[in-house]
Design a protein around this ligand. Sequence first.
Ligand code: ZN
Length: 447
Amino acid sequence: MHTQITCPNCGTPYTAEVHQMIDAQRTPQLKQQLLQGQLNLAICPQCGAGGQITTLLAYHDLENELFMIYIPQELNVDEAQREEAIGKITRELTESLPPEQRKYYLFQPQIILSMKTFMEKVLETEGITPEMIARQEKQMELLQTLAKADKDGRDHLIEERIDEIDETFFAMLQSFIDAAAQMQDTDQLIKLTNLRAKLMMDTPIGREMEKRQIALHQFSQEAKEKGLSPQLLFQHVMANREDEGVVEALVTAGVGALQYEFFSLLSLEIEKAELAGNTTDVEALTALREKLLAFYEQMQNAQQQVMAEAMATLDAILAAPDREQALIEQLQQGRIGEEFMAVLMARLSEAQQKDDGAETEGLMEIYTRLQAMSEQQLPPEIQFINDLLQTDSAEAQEQMLNDNEALVTSDMVDLLNRLVGQTDEAGQEELSGRLQSIKTQIEARVG
Ligand SMILES: [Zn+2]
């Protein structure tokens, strides 16, 4: 539904979309918006002021048998109005469900009075508990303190709060590093990079991650040279089989090679151990096989789900009154990727085979629009320079230059020359210096 709003800041009247019913399975995009704090936002088109609209909000999750209604206190509704609203939402929800899904929990909606509790309950269905959130908040505070601390303060803090430094903490640190790089805040970048280097050395999880990175690097190097194959994955898994974390990282990176052949190599290894009478090995390898089989099935299911989502996205765009607008919205939400293209192409050829004119036309329209949009995107040269700038290790830059030989040309040198000139003029010394260094590397290659 839409609601009429008058901007409290500048007085401009405008309409905003309000959702009062979120269904975890039927409207996952609304759930996503809710979790990202983007649901029911009213932003003034004139001055940009705005915020969350205060509204009653119902949430239904069939899989978790959860039905709750948030009634903000600011709404100031009396008992009778409250009962009526609850009754109306409950009726609308149950009537929209097929009879076999009308279960008892639907008639006992949980009434929630605080948004915080409401969000906690949604997050809990995702396996995220309030304790986890509290821990992450503490970790964030630790990271912010560490980013400002001097060396002694830093070392002391690390020692005192080492338990909070886990993989999540490293992921947060990485996003701080990325942000500093993006904002070209060199001081902060150096400080954070040093912090990461120290944590990699001085914490158990850091050392574990480093070990994993080295193993992964060796694996991907070999995969690049010889091609990814079930045999190659098998060799690396076997070489690291004592280390659960490394094995997990390897099969995730090489998931394309986790196939029948991989499992038969593993079975062969188990047979060998059986013949040799090595019971410890037989047990360890059998456990490994079971674990990897479970992982394999999980990946298969995830893949199916991704495909189903891409299919739903495509259907939504096809059914939209304004397809271009729908396409842009889905693009912004990151739903147009490889899988979407695969589904689109498959549906298109199916429609053509069936001689379904209307479907073919609709799909072609989406395809053409997507192509036009991608042509508007950055030229590859600029994209490549951006990528190079975002990499701070010389080794990684080297690798990127190796991988993109087609872009390493004298034209690129000319382009960089112009960019160096422009950034110099704009007084962006730091950026200009980095462009200059990229230029020198490319010049050396072009000869
Ligand atoms: Zn305004």
